[in-house]
Design a binder for this molecule. Structure first.
Ligand SMILES: Nc1ncnc2c1ncn2[C@@H]1O[C@H](COP(=O)(O)OP(=O)(O)O)[C@@H](O)[C@H]1O
Ligand SMILES: [Mg+2]
Length: 289
């Protein structure tokens, strides 16, 4: 019997099995970056397994900080974060590395090695669970190479396997990055502005792909976006951040155009205070020159 990629997504032993157990849970999470700079401010929320949540907010509102806390890249100053039932802010190194294998992450700039082939880039997604250095495609076990091809097939790029990654378009590179993260067999996929540098057609393709992976693999997706229209099409739920605080948290079912306009206003329009701080910053920079 051949294993299909979705066979890899059975919950691990000891994982929370109750369907209503949140995949991610935050309680009063605060991150102080210094006096007066709060990356996160008393954030509490629960995210259901298999859901798609979009984090909305202006630049500097705390979206990336929140995502980095979910995979333990940053630890909270106060508060508690549980991911797949584990207290991520308190895990010792080895346990954190194990948990991170269940959490894929993709970024605005794709993070591929441009001079490497597409297929080898995808294979590197398995590095976290292989021993020893891997240099060159041939160093990966055959089973890993075959699975990397399967994952490329899923994102529609199997025919590009042997091309250099930097010869692909931005949208294709992001699909390769997604295939690479699938090599970890993640249960959660975090995406930090995955379509911010893509044209509208490629952006739509990436978001459709995220939706398909949620359907096929039951992935829990949390993604930062700054386009309200894309967010409302993609997400089950939108969470608006402003100055590290949750200022909006609602399901996208049954939204009227008026609700959409309010969402836009509450997260995408700078307040007078924010405008002033921007002006202050530019005056300050101008004065320093
Ligand atoms: N490593 C850091 N050191 C100091 N301040 C930071 C750091 N990372 C983020 N911040 C600050 O935290 C706030 C939120 O930043 P960020 O999460 O990057 O916002 P977003 O992703 O929504 O643009 C901003 O005020 C930013 O300047
Ligand atoms: Mg960011």
């Amino acid at each position: 019997m051949t294993a299909s990629p979705s066979d890899h997504h059975r919950p691990a032993a000891g994982a929370p099995s109750a369907p209503d157990h949140p995949a991610i849970s935050l309680r009063a999470v605060t991150k102080d970056f210094g006096p007066g700079v709060k990356g996160l401010d008393e954030v509490s929320l629960d995210i259901a397994p298999g859901s798609i949540t979009v984090l909305l907010g202006l630049s500097g509102s705390g979206k990336s900080t929140l995502l980095r806390h979910l995979n333990g890249l940053q630890r909270p100053t106060r508060g508690r974060i549980e991911v797949l039932g584990e207290a991520v802010g308190e895990l010792p190194g080895p346990a954190l590395r194990r948990l991170r294998r269940e959490i894929g992450m993709i970024f605005q700039d794709f993070g591929l090695v441009g001079a490497m082939s597409v297929l080898e880039n995808v294979c590197t997604g398995r590095l976290g669970s292989l021993r020893g250095p891997r240099m060159g495609l041939i160093m990966y076990p055959r089973a890993v190479r075959l699975e990397a091809l399967e994952q490329l097939e899923r994102v529609g790029l199997a025919d590009r396997a042997h091309q250099r990654a930097d010869t692909l378009s931005g949208g294709q590179q992001q699909r390769v990055a997604i295939a690479r993260s699938l090599m970890q067999h993640p249960r959660i996929l975090l995406a930090d502005e995955p379509v911010a540098s893509l044209d509208p057609v490629s952006s739509r393709q990436i978001l459709d792909l995220l939706q398909r992976l949620r359907e096929e693999d039951g992935l829990t997706v949390v993604t930062a976006l700054h386009q309200v229209d894309l967010a409302l099409d993609l997400a089950d739920r939108v969470i608006g951040l402003r100055g590290g605080r949750v200022v909006l948290d609602r399901s996208t079912t049954g939204l009227s155009p008026r609700d959409a306009a309010r969402i836009y206003e509450s997260v995408a329009t700078p307040t007078t205070e924010e405008m002033e701080s921007l002006t202050d910053m530019s005056t300050l920079t101008a004065a320093r020159r």
